[in-house]
Design a protein around this ligand. Structure first.
Ligand code: OAD
Ligand code: ZN
Length: 242
C-alpha cells in the first residue's frame, strides 16, 4: 500500500490525532459488521433486537442474541489495526479514539483515551434501579433479573436512544481541536456519531479515511485508502516511525 507524502507530513507534524472507528476495524478480529451483503442487518431485523421495546416484548430473544455477541467479542482479540492505534500513543501527545464499537477491543489493545459512543457490551444495568453489572448477570429462566426484580439490559445504545452525552461531548471537543482525523471501517451513515466527521472537517483537521470501499464520507475526506484497516494502519505507522 502506497502512503502519500502528504499523509506522512500531516501525520508526522500532528499534535493531536482522533481515530473515529466503526465495525470494519474489528472485522479482522472475526466480529461481523452490520451493513453490506454479509452484514448482520442483512439477515436480522434491528427493530426486533437492537431496540428497547423489543427487550420488553421479547427479553429472551434479545438476550440470546446479546449472549451470542458477548461470546464472540469475548473470544476475539485486538487485531493489527487496534494495536497500531495504541502504538500511536508512543509518538503523539494526544491520541483519542471515538468508537461506535461496543467490543472493548481498543481498550484491550492498550488505547488510553477511548470514548464509547454506542456503549460497551461488557457492561449491563437494571432498567429499574440502574444498578450496574459486569458479565456475571444473574439469569432467571433465560432472562437476567436484578436483585430488585427489574430487567437487566446491556449498556449499549439502541435505535431511537440517545448517545451517552459525556462520551459524545468529549468526542466532539477532540474532533474540533485535532490536527488529523482518521475515519476507519465505518459506513458513516449512523447519526449523530457520523457528525463527528463534519465537526472535524469544520475545524483544522486533515481527514484520512481507511475502508475496503467508498462510503458516505469519501467525498469530503482529504485522502482515502482503500484496503483493510489491519494492513493500512500498520503501513502508515511504519512510515511515521521512519
Ligand atoms: P457498518 O457495518 O455500517 O460499516 C462497516 C464498514 O466497515 C463498511 O463501510 C465496510 O466497507 C468497512 N469494512 C469492512 N471490513 C473492513 C476492514 N477489514 N477494514 C476496513 N474497513 C472495513 O458499521 P458501522 O459504520 O460501525 O449501531 O455502523 C454504525 C452503527 O450501526 C453501529 O455502531 C451500530 C449499527 O447499527 C448501534 O448499534 C447503535
Ligand atoms: Zn434493579
Amino acid at each position: 500500500m502506497k502512503i502519500s507524502d502528504e499523509t506522512i507530513d500531516r501525520v508526522k507534524s500532528a499534535r493531536s490525532i482522533v481515530f473515529f472507528t466503526g465495525a470494519g476495524i474489528s472485522a479482522e478480529s472475526g466480529i461481523p459488521v452490520f451493513r453490506g451483503k454479509d452484514g448482520l442487518w442483512s439477515k436480522l431485523k434491528p427493530e426486533e433486537l437492537a431496540n428497547f421495546d423489543a427487550l420488553l416484548k421479547n427479553p429472551k430473544m434479545v438476550w440470546e442474541w446479546y449472549e451470542h455477541r458477548k461470546y464472540i467479542m469475548k473470544e476475539s482479540k485486538p487485531n493489527s489495526a487496534h494495536l497500531a492505534i495504541s502504538e500511536f500513543q508512543n509518538y503523539f501527545p494526544e491520541v483519542t479514539v471515538a468508537t461506535q464499537n461496543i467490543d472493548n477491543l481498543h481498550r484491550r489493545a492498550g488505547s488510553k483515551t477511548v470514548y464509547e459512543l454506542h456503549g460497551n457490551i461488557e457492561r449491563n444495568y437494571c432498567i429499574n434501579c440502574h444498578t450496574f453489572y459486569n458479565n456475571d448477570v444473574p439469569f432467571v429462566d433465560g432472562i437476567p433479573k436484578c436483585k430488585c426484580g427489574g430487567l437487566i439490559r446491556p449498556d449499549v445504545v439502541w435505535f431511537g436512544e440517545f448517545l451517552p452525552q459525556d462520551q459524545f461531548n468529549a468526542s466532539e471537543k477532540a474532533s474540533e481541536d485535532c490536527d488529523v482525523f482518521f475515519i476507519i471501517g465505518t459506513s458513516a451513515v449512523v447519526y449523530p456519531a457520523a457528525s463527528l466527521i463534519y465537526t472535524a472537517k469544520a475545524g483544522k483537521a486533515y481527514l484520512i479515511e481507511i475502508n475496503i470501499e467508498s462510503t458516505e464520507a469519501s467525498h469530503i475526506v482529504d485522502e482515502s485508502y482503500f484496503g483493510k484497516a489491519g494492513e493500512v494502519l500498520p503501513a502508515i505507522l511504519e512510515k511515521i516511525k521512519n
